[in-house]
Design a protein around this ligand. Structure first.
Ligand code: KIV
Ligand code: ZN
Length: 525
């Protein structure tokens, strides 16, 4: 059996299913290019039949991103498969990925059908997909809850119909590692035809076992891992790319000759890009990519690390692209020092972007004695991943106190127009948000609000994150400042700016679809 474990990245499909994480086409392409730099084997770029915007985004990724196989997801109906094929066929190495639920729960409750009809549907779907593309992946959705004998029959028939990769997802994150290993090993024993296909793992994290189940499946004979950056994905998320890859690399005595082709030094950069563009903060203690993943706080641990890093470190931070910085930046630090640090984060900025970051850096450095490297990195990310600022905060004034009614006055620029509003509220942030709603002329549901200090200390930069909902769609926003109210206001505006950008994209996509009507793929079943 081959020793390579293929890394199938589904950040842009399963990951994008996280409410509020929807990306613009340009952002998808930017992440896809970074995934290619990370050297993933397959990129699942989206679900083209889900919207004209996603179709366009997947097609652009297929056209512009070189290296990995490019795929997208399609339901097992011709219309979806045709649309997917239309989007990915321009790639150098396209793949069709389609799926049908094979558990009795799915068969009876979702399809109101029976096993025999489902089996035939799987076979017909694979044959149709193979008539379009030589590389076809089929997912037996809810495989971990599928009757084992029926799973074996289905997989056998699916491979014989021409599927080149068989994915056996733990769709609801129900399996345990022992069970998963057992299922994969027995599946390989009972279905000799599987020698002609790659067996793939796709594990969800509902019980916190996604990475463990993926690795158990690989040890039992699977050779593709479907993962997402930072473990994002439907509900509790998917197995995290960084965890699966680093476990295989770090525990050689367990995984033997197994390897992936991932350029691990690109992990930190990819992780931050995904987090910033999708508006999904990474928990501090997240394995491999959390800010605390390599921070040693107790005296005993620090002493050990100084004597020999191997006492408390199983991975060298630099191997995943995290550099250990020691020197501080102050208002006297010049552009050259700043550029040096920015380069060490792995980003290339234009001169104009460096100027913009330098300006913001000086503003922060004037307020604080010292700017920490983590804080500079936040400024760089804000510049790199900013959304077009339709609404921009110009001025804010807050009145608040134990006995006073909180009041906010805001001045916001929208193009050439400057709009001012004042409001009271339950607190200063509530008052400011009411001003914003009046300025924009629309009410939003604030479904999530978070504040996080980037570093420790009284003058640390605070990072605010918000999620708002309008017409059933969620938009995320984030901003940082030494003043937490300013950060909160800017975060709200950035979520609103994402909503504006999405509205404009949808309008443009609808216009484009009207124009290209007639060129649409065939829809027959
Ligand atoms: O979780 C799942 O089963 C999926 C498949 C459609 C691959 O995402
Ligand atoms: Zn999934």
């Amino acid at each position: 059996m081959a020793d390579k474990v293929f890394i199938f990245d589904t950040t842009l499909r399963d990951g994008e299913q996280v409410p509020g994480a929807k990306l613009a086409k340009e952002q998808k392409v930017e992440i896809a290019k970074q995934l290619a730099a990370l050297n993933v084997d397959i990129i699942e770029a989206g679900f083209p039949a889900s919207s004209p915007g996603d179709f366009d985004a997947v097609r652009t990724v297929a056209k512009e991103v070189k290296g990995p196989v490019i795929t997208g997801l399609a339901r097992a109906v011709r219309k979806d498969i045709d649309t997917l094929w239309e989007a990915v066929k321009v790639a150098r190495r396209p793949r069709i990925h389609t799926f049908i639920g094979t558990s009795d729960i799915h068969i009876q409750k979702k399809f109101r059908s029976d096993r025999e009809k489902i089996l035939q549907w799987c076979v017909d779907t694979v044959k149709y997909a193979r008539s379009l593309c030589p590389d076809v992946e089929f997912s037996t959705e809810d495989a971990s809850r599928t009757d084992f004998e029926f799973l074996c029959r289905s997989v056998d028939a699916i491979v014989k119909a021409g599927a080149t990769t068989i994915n056996v997802p733990d769709t609801v994150g129900y399996a345990t590692p022992q069970e998963m290993a057992d299922r994969i090993r027995r599946l390989k024993e009972k279905v000799p035809a599987l020698d002609k296909a790659v067996l793939s793992m796709h594990c969800h994290n509902d019980l916190g076992l996604a990475t463990a189940n993926t690795l158990a499946g690989i040890l039992a004979g699977a050779r593709q891992a479907e993962v997402t950056m930072n473990g994002i994905g439907e509900r509790a998320g998917n197995a995290a790319l960084e965890e699966v890859v680093m476990a295989i690399r770090t525990r050689k005595e367990i995984f033997g000759k197994l390897y992936t082709d991932i350029r691990t030094k690109e992990i930190a950069k990819t992780s931050k890009m995904v987090s910033a563009l999708m508006g999904l903060p990474i928990q501090r203690n997240k394995a491999i990519v959390g800010t605390n993943a390599f921070a040693h706080s107790s005296g005993i641990h620090q002493d050990g690390i100084i004597k020999d890093r191997s006492t408390y470190e199983i991975i060298r931070p630099e191997d995943v692209g995290v550099s250990a910085h020691t020197f501080a930046l102050t208002a006297r630090s010049g552009r050259a020092a700043l550029k040096h640090h920015i380069a060490s984060f792995g980003h290339t900025l234009t001169d104009a972007q460096v100027d913009a970051v330098y300006g913001k850096f000086l503003e922060v450095a004037d307020k604080k004695k010292e700017v920490k490297v983590e804080e500079l990195e936040i400024l760089v990310q804000e510049e790199l991943f900013k959304v077009p600022e339709t609404y921009r905060l110009e001025h804010i004034q807050i009145l608040s106190g134990t006995r006073a009614t909180p009041m906010a006055a805001l001045r916001v620029r929208c193009g050439d127009e400057v709009i001012e509003e004042a409001s009271t509220g339950n607190g200063p942030i509530d008052a400011a948000y009411k001003c914003i709603e009046r300025i924009v002329g629309r009410k939003f549901d604030l479904i999530n609000f978070g504040l996080n200090a980037i570093t420790s200390g009284e003058d640390a930069i605070g990072e605010a994150t918000v999620r708002i909902r309008t017409n059933g769609t969620i938009f995320a926003g984030g901003a940082s400042s030494t003043d937490i109210i300013e950060a909160a206001v800017k975060a709200y505006l950035s979520a609103i700016n994402r909503w504006v950008a999405a509205e404009e994209r949808e309008k443009a996509a609808r216009k484009g679809a009207r124009k290209s009507r007639g060129k649409a793929p065939a829809v027959s079943l």
